[in-house]
Design a protein around this ligand. Structure first.
Ligand SMILES: [Zn+2]
Length: 280
């Protein structure tokens, strides 16, 4: 019995420590940023989630700017800018098309460039007046996460999540069809995946499709089989985001890129964690 009691005490202690870590996992820490991999710079643009950046302003690329060697000094923790946005960072969880936590997601946090976060705050304010809050699925995505997607896509035997995310597409077509690519606009730090949460109903707004579903149903203007309300909800998301400097893409209703993004040629690789941006 004594042994059992000690075991229970130990279990309680571990549980308490785990809860503390979970509660404060994404708070802005005071600790200084640790050394992290260098930013990946490239002039190549992603075909999948990143229509060519329209920006012509000078690029303050990570490799050419002072500050943190990994380029993270231009980024913020989104919860510091929009504290009431709901965050469900899918690539930190196992409920995503890979079926595992994705490389580089050390905490379930949304990080964005300061410019993208400020624009998103304005969109959030307008949505709040309409009775909505933002629900964030993904924001900055390190290059190592995209590399993980590529490795997963090359393993044709791993189809564990097919029935949820790509039921009608052969896995070997994901590259050809542009669903997976070597680069993602998310790695430049000014792209966001999100939906709306209705504060009156306490539910997500019905967009007639789910995040990261690989198929035509995800095209923002797709309407076959959708109700008028679902079509209108997608339109509302697009219109408000567009009013606040975010442009939609033709393939995913949940994805938006900041126009005039600050780092149009830089694919960052520091991990997703509060510590990565603690000094900013
Ligand atoms: Zn996206």
């Amino acid at each position: 019995m004594i042994v059992k009691k000690r075991f229970e005490n130990l279990f309680c202690a571990v549980l308490a420590i785990s809860l503390v870590i979970a509660l404060f996992g994404c708070a802005t820490p005071k600790a200084s940023s640790s050394g992290t991999p260098s930013a990946v710079s490239s002039v190549a643009q992603s075909a999948a989630e990143s229509p060519a950046a329209s920006s012509s302003q000078p690029s303050e690329s990570a490799s050419g700017s002072a500050g943190a060697a990994d380029g993270s000094e231009g980024f913020v923790l989104l919860s510091d800018v929009i504290p009431d946005a709901i965050q469900e960072i899918r690539y930190y969880s196992t409920y995503n098309f890979v079926g595992a936590r994705v490389d580089g997601y050390e905490e379930p946090c949304a990080l964005l460039t300061k410019e993208a976060a400020a624009a998103l705050k304005e969109a959030s304010d307008e949505f709040k007046d309409m009775g909505y809050r933002l629900k964030i699925y993904d924001a900055y995505r390190p290059q190592m996460a995209v590399d993980h997607f590529v490795r997963w896509a090359e393993d044709l035997n791993d189809t564990a999540m097919k029935s949820y995310f790509y039921p009608d597409i052969d896995k070997n077509a994901l590259f050809v069809m542009g669903y997976i690519d070597q680069k993602s606009g998310h790695s430049r730090g000014s792209s966001i995946d999100l939906t709306l949460f209705d504060m009156k109903t306490g539910k997500e707004v019905d967009m007639g499709g789910t995040f990261d579903y690989f198929g035509e149903l995800s095209h923002p203007t797709y309407s076959k089989g959708l109700t008028d309300e679902q079509v209108q909800n997608r339109r509302t998301l697009r219109e408000v985001m567009s009013r606040h400097s975010f442009q939609p893409i033709p393939t995913e209703w949940w994805h938006f890129d900041l126009t005039n993004e600050p780092y149009p040629d830089t694919y960052f690789n520091f991990p997703v964690s509060a510590e990565s941006v603690a000094k900013n």
